[in-house]
Design a protein around this ligand. Sequence first.
Ligand SMILES: [Zn+2]
Length: 512
Amino acid sequence: MSFPPLAYNQYHSNSVEYHDGKTACHSSCEPSMKTIIIPAMRKMTALLLLCFSLPAVGEGLPNLGDISQTVLTPLQERQIGQQSMLQIRAGKQFLDDPEINDYLNQLGYKLVENSAEPSLGFEFFALDDPSINAFAMPGGFIGVNSGLLLTAQSESELAAVLSHEIAHVTQHHLARIIASQQNNGLATMAALAVAIVASRTNPQAAEAAIVSLQAHTIQKQLDFTRSHEQEADRIGLDILQRSNFSIHAMPEFLTRLQLSTRLLEGPTPTYLRTHPVTSDRVADIGNRVNKQPYRLIPDSLDFQLARTKLIATRKTAPDAIAYFSDALDTQKHGNPIAQRYGLVISLLRSGNIKRASLELSTLHKLAINNPMIETLAGKVKLAENNPAEALAFYRTAVQNFPQHRALIYDYAELLLNSDLAKTALELLIDQLVRHPSDTRLYELQARAYAIQGKILEQHHAQAYSYAWQGNLHAAHEQLEMAKQAGGNFYQLSVIESDLRELRELLGTQEKP
Ligand SMILES: [Zn+2]
């Protein structure tokens, strides 16, 4: 789409408010907006095209192209990854927790900076799956199961697994396997995406109903080889060391994984199937690592909080309260800040607002200035049911942590529930400049316009939310509704232009 509602809304809301004389928007506002928005638009258009100029999963699809090709281009890799991500995001296993996903990206990018391809676009995300697994898809998409997050005993162990996955991506291992399959004339883009997701995620839990015979055939051939594993270990260790994590964490984690697997019955866990861990491999890493001195690297507070949040939400509320109370009372091994954070989450869940509030004040005395703790503090304020106080709290918190998405979503919700749609829109438009593909921001924006009775704008924002979720048909429907709602010449020409581009994308999708 060449003209995202982001830019249009920004101009629109400014001009309307400018005429009303109600805003502080000064005359220099427009030119500076242009400079901010135009690069964002280009980025968005490019991403959308990259993402959706592909055939949809399950539909008749073109081949990847030249079958004599032995390596996929970076663009093809990214497209296969994007296509796989659309399936994962639409699945029930996708862990839609912005704080856990932001944490993974923060850690992941620290590692990527020390990899062979620091400028490659990566995306790290969590799956709600108790099995111990992490996996890389082409184009830099790396998934981590909640089971692995909970099994890792230190941040270095988690970093070790991520470094290994990053190395598979930077060495284009999966892309090479895929390219070799193309020689058999097997692979279409969509079948590949289905096969990759099915081979990387838990097959019992995967509700991918559209596993074609073709995808099934490819799925069996997507496992890494022993030489891939050795290479990923060697390069992963290097990334780990350069990123200042403990390299000893890699053999420690693999050994624990092997031991835990021996105690399990049933099929081999996905991680071990796709990344075969042999005694040779563990010994090889051990040899490299043992020559180096042991260094104790403390875990970040964010690692502790992300893990604690998972623990606190996976137990029943009474069990979680008992678990964290016991840990704090007996001063068990663990981080007391994280334990109290877990206790506050659990008390909130059980509806014990008074005690949650008390424990939160104790927590605030221990650790201030952490965005996850402030997000939780906001939730306690909301539960206390004092909107004026909550609004004041969020105004400050959002200024202190403008990048923390969970806090932004909660604040926007509160503004909408408090009939402050105009303030909500200012916040959302500012955030959309930073995160032009954030579907939740568009959804909140659509709600804000609905409250203001701006029907065209409402459907326009909703269209973008759907488009970024990969649901192009729903996006098209919303654009049609925006058109029917009517508007001035400028607004309608923007909608027309978006409709045209979307139809082109849909046309690409539907070709046999
Ligand atoms: Zn591997």
